[in-house]
Design a binder for this molecule. Structure first.
Ligand code: CO
Length: 167
């Protein structure tokens, strides 16, 4: 396994704007990509990663919010969404930047797993947001595009202070 370079919106916005193509055949290249993406997201202390963020324009996403609950999605699509949630969101391709975004409260996705089986999974709260965020990446969409607002430096400092106090 390898830790891959994560593209940064400041340097690689052109690449991050490209649309990813569906995976037609799950071969060794795809399973290795999934393995490497998991290692990369763990190393970056993130919760999700889309293949275009590591320069591979394929519809491949991984999400691991809770340790051990790894969701590997090939050709994912949102098949149901309901409600609304407003939360603060960040992205590994935009370190230090956070935005307030509106997402559905509940999201159901269909996807193919690494064994080629078509699966469905429903998520709420953070998982619902992660589904939307990562699938957006496959279409060249970043979470700041449709954000309500980008957090200011003062708000970020305040957030960090709160985090430190709660530790
Ligand atoms: Co992202």
């Amino acid at each position: 396994m390898a830790i891959l370079n994560i593209l940064n919106e400041n340097r690689n916005l052109f690449e991050l704007r490209k649309k990813s193509r569906p995976v037609e055949k799950i071969n060794r290249r795809i399973t290795t990509l999934l393995d490497d993406m998991r290692e990369t997201v763990k190393h970056a202390e993130g919760i999700g990663l889309a293949a275009p963020q590591v320069g591979v324009l394929r519809q491949v996403v991984i999400i691991e919010i809770e340790d051990g609950d790894l969701i590997e999605m090939i050709n994912p699509e949102i098949i149901y969404k309901d409600g609304e949630q407003i939360e603060i969101e960040g992205c590994l391709s935009s370190p230090g930047k956070y935005a307030e975004t509106i997402r559905p409260a509940t999201v159901k996705v269909a996807y193919t797993d690494r064994n080629g089986d078509r699966k469905e999974r429903e998520g709420t709260e953070l998982l619902a947001r992660a589904f939307c965020h990562e699938i957006d990446h496959l279409n060249g969409v970043l979470c700041f595009d449709n954000a309500q607002r980008i957090l200011s430096k003062e708000e970020l400092d305040e957030m960090r202070k709160d985090e430190q106090e709660s530790e």
